[in-house]
Design a protein around this ligand. Structure first.
Ligand code: SF4
Ligand code: SF4
Length: 109
C-alpha cells in the first residue's frame, strides 16, 4: 500500500482557506437554475424525420432535457443536456446521434 502524502484526518493542516471556492449549493433540487449543459463535450443531435415519438429518450434522459409538446418530441434542451448519450443508446430508430461539440455545425456533421 502506498504511503499517503498527508493525513486526511488532520483537517486543520489542509489550509482550506488557501483553495478557491468551488460550487456552493445552498438549496436542494435546484438544478433547474444551473445551465448544466456547459459540462457537455459531445451533444445528441435529433433527426425529426426519423423520430417516431416513442418517448424512450424522454423517459430515460437523466436531466429531463428531451422537450415534448402534445405527446411529441420537439427538441433537446441544450442548456441542461450534459451529453451523457443515454438517449442515443435508447433510441430504436436512429433518430439521435452523438456529435462532438467541436465538430457540431460543420458541414456534413
Ligand atoms: S445526452 Fe443525456 S442529458 Fe442529453 S438529452 Fe440525451 S439523455 Fe438527456
Ligand atoms: S427515442 Fe428516438 S424515436 Fe423515440 S422519441 Fe426519442 S428520438 Fe424519437
Amino acid at each position: 500500500m502506498s504511503e499517503m502524502k498527508w493525513d486526511i484526518t488532520e483537517f486543520d493542516s489542509w489550509n482550506a482557506q488557501d483553495f478557491p471556492e468551488g460550487m456552493v449549493g445552498l438549496e436542494a433540487g435546484n438544478a433547474q437554475f444551473y445551465a448544466t449543459g456547459g459540462w457537455r463535450s459531445i451533444r445528441p443531435v435529433w433527426d425529426a424525420e426519423a423520430c417516431k415519438d416513442c418517448m424512450l429518450c424522454w423517459i430515460n434522459c437523466p436531466d429531463s432535457s428531451i422537450e415534448v409538446a402534445d405527446g411529441k418530441m420537439t427538441g433537446i434542451n441544450y442548456d441542461h443536456c450534459k451529453g451523457c448519450g443515454v438517449c442515443v443508446k435508447e433510441c430504436r430508430f436512429n433518430a439521435l446521434k452523438m456529435v462532438s461539440e467541436h465538430d457540431h455545425g460543420k458541414e456534413g456533421v
